[in-house]
Write a protein that binds this ligand. Structure first.
Ligand code: GLU
Length: 457
C-alpha cells in the first residue's frame, strides 16, 4: 500500500476517515481499489465540513459500493482445439448520471480490484465530461498477447454470451480499454447483434462506417493534449516547441503523439512492457503509423520500433529519466513512482498530464504538487475518450452522423470546460491551481447531488 502525506488531509474529517477504514476492513486485498478511493477521499474533507447533507444521507457509504457486479465464465477454444477458461466481469458502479459507461480491459493482470478501481475512477471522470454518463468497467484476465485473430474472435464471442443480457444502450454501454480496440469491439458487437436480434448503440468505439464516431480512436490522446495546452496557458506557456516524453505505444499514446506533433512539439520516447525507446529526431510521420502496426501485431514490444528506425532501446526501463518539458504517462496504473517524478523535476519537466488511469503513485503526485508542477489527474485529462463515446451514443440514438470537425470541436470544448471546472472547484475549496483536488471535488459534487435528488438508491 502506498502511504503518503497525500492522505494526511483526510484525517481532518472523521467521516472521510471512517469510510476509508471501512473499505480497508471490508476489502483488504483490493489494493488498487483502496488506492483510488483514498485518492478521492483525500480531497473531500473541506467539502464535507461545508455540506453536511452528504454525510447525513450516507453518500460515501453508497458511492464506494458498486450498484452491481456480474462475474461469468468465458470458455473458448484455442487454435490447437483445447478449451481455455477465463473470467469475465462487468461492474455497474454508479448510474446517477446515466447508463453505466466505461471500457472493457482484456489483460492478464485483470482482477476485481483493478476493475473496481477503474470503475470508481470512471464515475467521476464521466461526471466531469458534463454528459449523461454513469460509471462502469469490465473485462477479463484473458491475455491477448500472441493470440491469433481466430482466437480473439472466439474469445470475444464467448465473452459476449456471458455479457449480453446485462447491457443495452440505456442500461450499460461498454467500450474499449487496454487489449480492446476496434477489432474486438467489432467481434463483440457482431455477436451481440446475433444474440439479441437488434442493431443498436450498445458499444462505443465501433467502426466509423457502422455506427462509430469520427475521432473516437484519437479522442483520449487528443483530449489530453487539449487539457495540457489549457494548463500550460495558465503559466503563459504553449505546446509548440516542447520536448515530450510519452509512455506506452497503444491507442492513447498514438492519439497524444499525433496531436502534439501537429501542434509543434517533439515526442522523444515511447515504451512497452519490454522497455522504452529514445528517438532524438522525434516520433513523427510514418513512425506514428508504425505505432498502429506494432499494436496490431499483438507482440506488445516497443523494441520493434528501435529495430525498424535504428534508435536507442533501453530494456526493462521506464522513460521518466529523460530530459523533457512535458510527460504523458499513457500506459497503465502506478507506472510513475516518486523516484521517477523526482528525476522528471530534476530534468526541468514543467507538466505531467495523466493519460492512463491512475498512472502516478500517491507519493509521486504529492511530490509534483509540492514542487508546483502542472499536474492533471487522469479522471480530468483522459476524459476525452469517454466524452467522445458519449458523442457516439448521441449520434447512434439520433441516427445522425457528425463530421470530424464537429466532433473535434466538441471534444475541445469538453476538455476546456473540464479544465475550467477543476480550477473553479479547487479555488472554491481552498486549493487554488490544484487540478487533483479540483477534479475530485467537481466530479464528486455532480454525482453526489444527483444521488441526493434521486433519493434512497
Ligand atoms: N476506457 C476508456 C476510459 O478509461 C474509455 C471508456 C469509454 O469510452 O466508455 O475512459
Amino acid at each position: 500500500m502506498y502511504k503518503t502525506a497525500l492522505y494526511s488531509e483526510a484525517k481532518s474529517s472523521s467521516y472521510v476517515q471512517e469510510i476509508s477504514h471501512m473499505i480497508k476492513d471490508k476489502y483488504p486485498w483490493e489494493r488498487e481499489f483502496i488506492q483510488a478511493v483514498d485518492e478521492l477521499l483525500s480531497s473531500l474533507s473541506l467539502l464535507f465540513d461545508q455540506e453536511p447533507l452528504y454525510k447525513y444521507e450516507r453518500i460515501l457509504e453508497r458511492i464506494v459500493e458498486p450498484e452491481r457486479i456480474v462475474i461469468f465464465r468465458v470458455p473458448w477454444r484455442d487454435d490447437t482445439g483445447t478449451i481455455q477458461v477465463n473470467t469475465g466481469y462487468r461492474i455497474g458502479f454508479n448510474s446517477a448520471l446515466g447508463p453505466y459507461k466505461g471500457g472493457l480491459r482484456f489483460h492478464a493482470s485483470v482482477t476485481l480490484s483493478i476493475l473496481k478501481f477503474l470503475g470508481f475512477e470512471q464515475i467521476f471522470k464521466n461526471a466531469l465530461t458534463g454528459l449523461p454518463l454513469g460509471g462502469g468497467k469490465g473485462g477479463s484476465d484473458f491475455n491477448p498477447r500472441g493470440k491469433s485473430n481466430v482466437e480473439i474472435e472466439n474469445f470475444c464471442q464467448s465473452f459476449m454470451v456471458g455479457l449480453y443480457n446485462h447491457i443495452g444502450p440505456n442500461t450499460d454501454v461498454p467500450a474499449g480499454d487496454i487489449g480492446v480496440g476496434a477489432r474486438e469491439i467489432g467481434y463483440l458487437f457482431g455477436h451481440y447483434k446475433r444474440l439479441k436480434n437488434v442493431f443498436e448503440g450498445v458499444l462505443t468505439g465501433k467502426g466509423v462506417d457502422w455506427g462509430g464516431s469520427a475521432v473516437r480512436p484519437e479522442a483520449t490522446g487528443y483530449g489530453a493534449v487539449y487539457f495540457a495546452e489549457e494548463m500550460l496557458k495558465t503559466r503563459g506557456e504553449h505546446i509548440d516547441g516542447k520536448i515530450v516524453a510519452v509512455s506506452g505505444f497503444g491507442n492513447v499514446a498514438w492519439g497524444v503523439v499525433k496531436k502534439i506533433t501537429e501542434m509543434g512539439a517533439k515526442v522523444i520516447t515511447l515504451s512497452g512492457p519490454d522497455g522504452f525507446i529514445y528517438d532524438e529526431d522525434g516520433v513523427q510521420g510514418e513512425k506514428i503509423d508504425y505505432m498502429l502496426t506494432m499494436r496490431s501485431s499483438g507482440r506488445d514490444q516497443v523494441q520493434d520500433y528501435s529495430d525498424k528506425f535504428k534508435v536507442d532501446f533501453y530494456p526493462g526501463k521506464r522513460p521518466w529519466g529523460v530530459k523533457c518539458d512535458i510527460a504523458f504517462p499513457c500506459a497503465c496504473e502506478n507506472e510513475m513512482d516518486v523516484e521517477d517524478a523526482k528525476s522528471l523535476v530534476r530534468n526541468g519537466c514543467m507538466c505531467v498530464t495523466e493519460c492512463a488511469n491512475m498512472p502516478l503513485t500517491p507519493d509521486s503526485i504529492e511530490f509534483l504538487l509540492e514542487n508546483n508542477i502542472l499536474y492533471s489527474p487522469g479522471k480530468a485529462s483522459n476524459a476525452g475518450g469517454v466524452a467522445c463515446s458519449g458523442f457516439e451514443m448521441a449520434q447512434n440514438s439520433t441516427k445522425i452522423k457528425w463530421s470530424k470537425e464537429e466532433v473535434d470541436q466538441r471534444l475541445r470544448q469538453v476538455m476546456t470546460d473540464i479544465h475550467q471546472n477543476c480550477l473553479q472547484a479547487a479555488e472554491r475549496y481552498g486549493k487554488p491551481g490544484n487540478y487533483f483536488s479540483g477534479a475530485n471535488i467537481a466530479g464528486f459534487i455532480k454525482v453526489a447531488n444527483a444521488m441526493l435528488d434521486q433519493g434512497n438508491t
